[in-house]
Design a protein around this ligand. Structure first.
Ligand SMILES: NC(=O)c1ccc[n+]([C@@H]2O[C@H](COP(=O)([O-])OP(=O)(O)OC[C@H]3O[C@@H](n4cnc5c(N)ncnc54)[C@H](OP(=O)(O)O)[C@@H]3O)[C@@H](O)[C@H]2O)c1
Length: 197
């Protein structure tokens, strides 16, 4: 049975990615770089909730899920959804398996989870980012600009920088250029103009 409008609570859909100058995000199922502080920035953002007791939903593509060291799980304040059309059981440490992005969003927006979920984070890969960027509830894109070229075979999707505008002075987001292992990078936040949230 279809959920009534009243039962659906709109949630902000957000994207978080680290992207190098040639728009790469991955190489052979792994990250192309080793930047532990940048990874910590990712973890801090996706686990942050404004109200104690609330949780965020992280939506993962299957390869991205399995590429992460299992030692990072469990993450506090997070429910994990893995997207796959072929898996039949929920992977270890994950909470839900969905066949497409919208099913995961609707899971967060409807009972029984809607009262608990604060933010839906799209954490990659490419198709999961595409679906989030095109979603009407998408309001913010957190991109780390890795200021170098890397050999990559997985890429961040094109997005319209007239629709998503870079924001200055976002609380909690350092403005200064960072450097780790000789690689410079900077944190950026893009906001969707005229967005739904
Ligand atoms: N730099 C970054 O910030 C960042 C972030 C995330 C990932 N990465 C890198 O990106 C790479 C992985 O990304 P990827 O794009 O190759 O793979 P992926 O999206 O993690 O996984 C692809 C698989 O996930 C399932 N899937 C993905 N989107 C789906 C959707 N919308 N609906 C249903 N199923 C969906 C499909 O599984 P089935 O075939 O089972 O249907 C698909 O074959 C790795 O190298 C990782 O390190 C980098």
């Amino acid at each position: 049975m279809e959920k009534s409008r009243e039962e659906v609570q709109q949630k902000p859909v957000r994207v978080i990615a680290a992207v190098c100058r040639n728009m790469g995000i991955g190489k052979d199922g792994k990250l192309p770089w080793h930047l532990p502080s940048e990874f910590q920035y990712f973890l801090n953002n996706v686990t942050k909730v404004s109200t104690p007791g609330k949780m965020n939903m992280l939506i993962w593509g299957k390869l991205c899920w399995y590429s992460h060291p299992q030692t990072i799980f469990p993450l506090p304040n997070v429910l994990h959804v893995v997207l796959s059309t072929t898996l039949t059981t929920v992977p270890d440490h994950a909470h839900f398996l969905c066949q497409d992005f919208e099913s995961a969003v609707q899971l967060a927006a409807g009972p029984p989870l809607s009262g608990m979920i604060e933010t839906i984070w799209s954490v990659g890969g490419t198709q999961v980012y595409k679906d989030a960027l095109n979603h009407p509830w998408c309001d913010l894109v957190y991109l780390t600009d890795i200021m170098a070229d890397f050999d990559c075979n997985v890429f961040f999707p094109d997005f319209d920088r007239t629709v998503f505008k870079e924001q200055e002075n976002v609380p909690g987001v350092p403005k200064e250029i960072q450097e780790e292992n000789g690689i410079k990078y900077k944190f950026q936040v893009f906001k969707k103009m005229g967005g739904a949230v």
